[in-house]
Every structure is written in C-alpha cells, then in structure tokens.
Design a protein around this ligand. Structure first.
Ligand code: THU
Length: 132
C-alpha cells in the first residue's frame, strides 16, 4: 500500500470516530512490516480522560493481534495544519516504533508532513532508562 493509500485509509477511518463531546474526528492507519494495515479512530467517553485517540486505537489493535514491527502510520483530521499527535500518543508510538518509523500527518486539504519517530518525540523515556 502506498503512502497516499494509507492516508486515504486514515481519512476514511474518521467516519467511525465516536466523538459526541468534541465532534472532532480523527483517523489513523498503521502499516506493519508484513504489509497489514490496522486502522483506528478516536473513541470518547463521558468520563473525558478515558478517551482514546485514533493513533493509540490503531497501535493497540495491532499489538493485540501480535504485530511488533511497524513501518509507517498516517493520521488525519480536519485541522488547519497537519494534525499534531498528542503527547500520550507520541509516548505510545515511541514504545513500539523504531526511531526511523515514518509518521504521516495530514488534514483534509492534503497538507501533509512526514516526520520520523525520533523527530516527533526526541529524548523520549525508554525501557532502557530503567536499567542501572
Ligand atoms: N485526538 C486524537 O484522536 N488524536 C490526536 O493526536 C489528537 C487528539 C482526539 C482525542 C479527542 O477525542 C479529540 O481528538 C479532541 O481532543
């Protein structure tokens, strides 16, 4: 699947967003090394902090299916600039992505930027930081 097709999947996934509180639909599409694509949308909750972002839904779906190697993810929302992932999603991405995993951020006007994991969250806390 091409980068453009992955972006289209992310845009399409916005349609399933459960967003009665923000009315802000986000979609994500994650491609594994084996070529499978896992999609995600944001899912909100009346207890607001329980909300899960589209990126984390896609990543957790993939992890729960036994996937461990990821090549790229696309994230889409109706924003002015390419949608910036929140801090929690950046930390979750850094747990499972390689430093060179590509993150394609887009809006509905086709303003797209691609950034690598280590640029999106530099100096991230890693499991190795707990080693003495
Ligand atoms: N949201 C995402 O799904 N991903 C992001 O990277 C930014 C924020 C969602 C969470 C919430 O449902 C809505 O957007 C407003 O914050």
């Amino acid at each position: 699947m091409s980068k453009q097709q992955l972006i289209e999947k992310a845009i399409e996934s916005r349609n399933n967003a459960y967003v009665p509180y923000s009315n802000f639909q986000v979609g994500a599409a994650l491609r594994t090394k084996s070529g499978k694509v896992y999609t995600g949308c944001n899912i909100e909750n009346a207890a607001y902090p329980v909300t899960c972002c589209a990126e984390r839904v896609a990543i957790f779906k993939a992890i729960s299916e036994g996937e461990t190697e990821f090549v790229e993810i696309a994230v889409a929302a109706n924003t002015e600039r390419p949608v910036p992932p929140c801090g929690s999603c950046r930390q979750v991405m850094s747990e499972f992505f390689n430093p060179d995993t590509e993150i394609h951020l887009t809006n509905l006007k086709a303003n797209t930027m691609t950034i690598k994991m280590d640029e999106l969250l530099p100096f991230s806390f890693q499991k190795t930081d707990m080693d003495k």
